[in-house]
Design a protein. Sequence first.
Lengths: 340, 340
Amino acid sequence: MAPTKRWPERPPVMTDVARLAGVSHQTVSRVLNDHPNVRPQTRENVLAAISQLGYRPNAAARTLVTRRTHTLGVISFDTTLYGPASMLYGIEAAAQDSYFVAIASLPALDRGSVLEAVDRFVGQGVEGIIVIAPLTSAVAALSDCAGDVPLVAVGCGTHAPLTSVAVDNAEGAALATRYLLELGHETVHHIAGPRSWLDAYERIAGWRQALQEEQAPEPAILPGDWSAASGYEIGHQIAGEQDVTAVLCANDHMALGLLRALSEHGRRVPDDISVVGFDDVPESAYFLPPLTTVRQNFGELGRRALGALVDMIHGRDPAGSLEPVAPRLVIRSSTGPPRS
Amino acid sequence: MAPTKRWPERPPVMTDVARLAGVSHQTVSRVLNDHPNVRPQTRENVLAAISQLGYRPNAAARTLVTRRTHTLGVISFDTTLYGPASMLYGIEAAAQDSYFVAIASLPALDRGSVLEAVDRFVGQGVEGIIVIAPLTSAVAALSDCAGDVPLVAVGCGTHAPLTSVAVDNAEGAALATRYLLELGHETVHHIAGPRSWLDAYERIAGWRQALQEEQAPEPAILPGDWSAASGYEIGHQIAGEQDVTAVLCANDHMALGLLRALSEHGRRVPDDISVVGFDDVPESAYFLPPLTTVRQNFGELGRRALGALVDMIHGRDPAGSLEPVAPRLVIRSSTGPPRS
DNA sequence: CGTCCGCATGTGAGCGGTCACAGTTCCTCA
DNA sequence: TGAGGAACTGTGACCGCTCACATGCGGACG
């Protein structure tokens, strides 16, 4: 009786199952991995032993030899925001039955934090990483460690030298701008997001291009910071300017703030001013008035990011999943022709 | 020249480092784990060898022998919603430097899905699980597998036989109800969430109790489903009823829908009707009018859940982290005394 | 009737770390 | 000067699994 066995309750291992089923550990392994060439009767015996013992294979041991962790890492900025949260959801939903998804939400997207997060994940042995990194600073940092591990950036435009999927922001902004111009507005003002965000940058570009194509004058950009508060403040500034008849906001929250400011100044939407948002958060249909906005399919974006990553993990070319997701203009009651 | 070595590029292992540093693998291990009794010079040699080789310890191998994965699982319903997303964020932020956080978002919280998710995580070897499970159905399922692995439920009230942390929903609802009553309203109507959600249930209870304490009549509950759409529909129904002067909504989104419906019917807020929300989503300060609401500190909730879980993992009594998080009434402009 | 092949199963060697224990070396102090 | 101990380092077993290979068995075939 060597006192080899530790107590209490060492969980059963493969050998225990093998002993109970009267076979070798290897046969148990074969059953577990659905190998052919196991007699049905044997398989059943093994299965019975497994459930009798409540045996669960040890993931670490398996990983050690197969070198597969079945784990993906998702690095994100603020997962509280609607966009990142939706992408995360899409990714997780799509990954569910082939991978575990580990997350890291960073308080800031500076070079150091991003690299540290990547490093942490690599150390843990993730098979791939998805970075929800809308900031230009992050893109730069990422380019360095690419190659170290399969990595896909999402919502980063296509500027980067790294694999990335994105919504076609420029097209979305252009869509909205053209729509307003076609309604008869002289021009369209733009409350933009911070320039350090690629999305903000691209939306500006799309807006500007649409303006140029229609030969409309290009007013100065109104710089917001994504928050409703910034939209509200800018709203106060422009409420008095009679030549502002149409505003494209770079996201729905700023539009909400704008709506409130305009209402406080007695300027009616859409009679006096038309307002368009971006994102189509679920609540925007219930703003006052319901918001015309550019819908982004975040879930689809997440799904494509995962698809591309899985391609890379298996050494395939992810090109197929990479084309930008098309945005769609959702017309509600916050837009209309200018009064004039 | 035995062709033992596989190519391409087998990553360096501890023995490689040991060889380069001229020590044994055990000494390398000691350096890695900050053991005392390693000569400074030796330590430096090892460290140099590590960085020269770009060596990273293999997590699976370590896990295999230490039986620690440093991984936590978070199971959640819809991580797109503000509440769950915030909790997740709080949990992750607090866990960051001691654990990896894996997530599983379920499309439904039925018994089967929950148990399956738990099982998946246990199979992967997580050291503990946090379930963001606001539905009563989930609580029941969870009670079964408790004991199998350290598990904390969050946002489940305290009804369950399992360890859980929660916001004091009843107190929040009572707070809002009493406030409206004190303003002079005869009674307070309540747009509730689905009864299957514990939060909805508890908010109803708090509202009802406050009503009883002040001996106010108790109107029929208006059944919503958390969505702005449901608030909007109910708004249409009650807009015509002159005796409705104050409404407590079980969340901010339904309040938003209600606000829009009332506005469409020409009923002014707060002059004709006072409206209170629940949650204090970031946008609620920019609703029209800005919404009086009950703030929940989701981040704190997540942090406490993690604290309790870590206590359990280490065999400590988590009692300390368990007391409900106090909600706070945030008064804005959607409430006022009745016109009478 | 012996050979060969395919199925079913067993054997032993790792995977890359940590742990327990067994040496070393070197310094202290009688 | 030598015993004793602390500081430092090395050795081998083992964690629980999969892989490559060896083996036993039965039937098809010439």
